[in-house]
Write a protein that binds this ligand. Sequence first.
Ligand code: PLP
Length: 240
Amino acid sequence: MNFVSTFAESLARLDDRIAAACRRSGRPRSAVRLMAVSKTHPAEAIAIAVAAGISLFGENRVQEFEAKRPGLRSLIPAGAEIHLIGHLQSNKSARAAELFDAVDTVDSLRLAERLQEAAARFSKTLPIFLEIKLSPESTKSGLEPDDPELTALLERLPDLRHLALRGLMTIAPLDDKPRSARTCFRQLRQLRDRLVVAHPLLDFSELSMGMSGDFETAIEEGSTLVRIGSALFGDRPQPR
Ligand SMILES: *Cc1c(COP(=O)(O)O)cnc(C)c1O
């Protein structure tokens, strides 16, 4: 069996599971978008996904995507989006603002200010998500819900005219316990519900949550965007 038919089969299976999770939770299928996480996979894998109809991708490293991009220029259709979903250091923010269609991992005021400057220089409006940290695993980046910096950032965002907030993003604990993932997804939704009231000028319509191991739970808890890597492309060459 070749990679093309494997990919199409994985996509069909995944689509069925997303549709079933939407039905179970009384949500329309159109309420949930699928992001294909192509990190560690070559440009050819992205090309195959594009041919299968996928138009939203997630990459987690600036340099890795920069290296893949020359092989993709002619393949990525207009309207396709590539988001940065990995941690971004401020010193790479200019490159990220130029390369990506959105940065889904904004986790500090300083990073937001840097992205604003860069986006202004490229005369573009950059969609962003705020990454929220809801589990105690200390290795993970993201702003904690009660961090005063989150409030400061939300108060500053309406003035950062080259950034367009789209919503919140989180990564559930990777401990294989469905219950802790559900708690985390529910907390993100409840945080969003509070922020919508507290910051009426901002757009919180997207909840980016759910990966290969927990996307059905995430959909049941209100995810609008699931980030799927291994369930589509197979196991990654090396773990990251
Ligand atoms: C790698 C990654 C994913 C996809 O993970 P899978 O378990 O392979 O689906 C989703 N989100 C982020 C932020 C990632 O780094």
